[in-house]
Design a protein. Structure first.
Length: 500
């Protein structure tokens, strides 16, 4: 096992793979490197390999992750006590496109991959055949949950489960908040993982069923049913009748061989550590490239965790128009922070810092590894459904539940979630937890689905990328992830403004 990783030839820090004791010398032959630790360097943390002057740039991934607060000696621990962010506020950007190249050729020569899924009438593919109960307003959450509980006793055939998705919104909202609720709910109602959907309304809410139908658009009347509780004598009885019909309808779907080009996979990280940017996130990036070669689609989100690495994405935009949309994506989110009198770079979290991440640039350069090398093919507003195959960027915050729900509402049938600290949460779609380190995978086997930590133990990125790709196909074909086995189903909607 390696003692450390030097990510890029230009780096002036290395990342400790194991704890390096004070006074211990670590070295490599190629490239030649030898440095003695002046203090204990925790696993996942950084150690300077040459003197960095006060105010000098700290380089990791080949890019600046901050400036030294003071002179940092070779062998010193580099962390929040001696490094600070170098980022500013709103910036102007210049489009300097890179040429990833080879995408079409790689796509044409890749052996076509398939999964066993559910092909819907609109030709979208589902990886689950669930019945979803979507409340239009928080007032009917308890009714929705009780309906799901009773209906699960009647599940049959290929139907997996009846799931209610409670949320506190749909009324007493204004402006963008109301729009966000409607677009997210409509995205879930139209999601192909649901073989049937019961939209459950109260009747007097702002986002009532009549209003929501404008956002849903055309729908299969056999697949989507509506119930307004104030308009019926016994909503539980009427709900049971409608759910019986939806179960009958959904049970008619069978898994069939479907091209991987039909897959849309969301990419998210949370509870990151010093290994995330060198194991789990690059692994997801390799998966993204493999899926895109198949003609599939990936979506990268959590915009605040692009700050500091945004130009890498901007310069991969396939057109000047997409570049300008990405600039707006970044600066609009920064303006959101400023409008609420919040520091744009109040990140990373305490857990991130404990795991070895020191600044937002450090976090973002690791986070954006999930995007792989494909060109940016689309930029999506919050709640907007994906239209372009290939790599898409989605506007959403870093919050795990909010961002993962946004990925699902935009069309992701599966979310890949990398983590160095671990988390049990779920989202409306299968959420694959990928650990950045083997210790976490060993400790939390009931949370972690795939261990990327072996990449710090000399495993090959090519080999592990193919293993993750194959695993995702098995999940798409019905294999349950840990959070599904535990019965977890979460959702959250982005709230920004006034509550009446």
């Amino acid at each position: 096992m390696k003692d450390f990783i030097k990510i890029h030839d230009d780096d002036n820090v290395i990342v400790a793979i194991r704890e390096i004791a004070a006074g211990e010398t670590v070295s490599t032959e190629a490239p030649s490197l030898s440095v003695t630790a002046l203090e204990t360097i925790p696993a996942g943390h950084k150690m300077a390999i040459r003197k960095i002057p006060s105010g000098g740039e700290v380089i990791k991934y080949g890019f600046r992750i901050g400036n030294a607060k003071e002179e940092i000696a070779a062998g010193a621990w580099v962390h929040v006590h001696n490094i600070k962010t170098a980022l500013g506020d709103l910036l102007e950007y210049t489009y300097e496109p890179t040429q990833p190249g080879g995408r079409e050729q790689a796509k044409n020569t890749a052996e076509e991959a398939y999964f066993e899924g559910f092909l819907r009438k609109d030709k979208k593919a589902g990886v689950r055949n669930e019945i979803w109960i979507i409340p239009t307003v928080g007032c009917v959450n308890s009714i929705a949950q009780e309906m799901a509980k009773r209906a699960n006793a009647k599940v049959r055939g290929t139907v997996d489960e009846v799931i209610a998705f409670p949320h506190p919104y749909g009324c007493s909202q204004m402006g963008d908040d109301q729009e966000h609720t409607r677009t997210i709910l409509a995205g879930l109602i139209n999601h192909p993982n649901a073989g049937g959907v019961l939209v459950l309304g109260l009747g007097c809410e702002n986002s009532n069923i009549g209003e929501l139908k404008r956002y849903i658009g055309e729908y299969d009347e056999e697949r989507v049913k509506f119930l307004v509780c104030q308009e019926c004598e016994d909503e539980m009885e009427e709900g049971a009748r409608l759910l019986d019909g939806l179960i009958d309808y959904a049970a008619g779907f069978q898994r069939e061989k479907i091209s991987a080009s039909k897959l849309v996979v969301g990419m998210k990280c949370g509870g990151s550590d010093g290994f995330s940017g060198i194991t789990a996130n690059p692994l997801v990036g390799r998966f993204s490239d493999l899926l895109i070669r198949q003609g599939g689609t990936t979506i990268l989100t959590e915009v605040p965790e692009m700050f500091g690495a945004e130009t890498l994405l901007m310069n991969r935009c396939a057109s000047k128009e997409l570049f300008e949309q990405t600039v707006a994506l970044i600066n609009d989110f920064k303006q959101y922070f400023k409008d609420n009198n919040q520091t744009i770079y109040e990140n990373p979290s305490p857990g991130n810092k404990k795991g070895g991440i020191s600044t937002l640039e450090d976090k973002s350069l690791g986070c954006t590894q999930k995007s792989g090398s494909a060109p940016v093919a689309g930029v999506l507003a919050y709640g907007e459904r994906v239209k372009e195959t290939g790599l898409n960027l989605l506007s959403a915050p870093g919050n795990d539940l909010v961002a993962s729900t946004a990925l699902a509402a935009s069309g992701a049938q599966i979310v890949l979630f990398t983590t160095g600290r671990g988390t049990p949460f779920a989202s409306p779609v299968p959420t694959v937890k990928i650990s950045s380190n083997s210790a976490l995978a060993g400790k939390k086997k009931n949370w972690i689905d795939f261990n990327a930590g072996v990449l710090a133990e000399d495993a090959s990125l090519d080999e592990m990328g193919q293993k993750l790709f194959d695993y995702v196909l098995s999940v798409a074909s019905g294999e349950k992830v840990c959070s599904e086995k535990a019965g977890y189903h979460d959702m959250a909607i982005f709230k920004q403004g006034v509550t009446l």
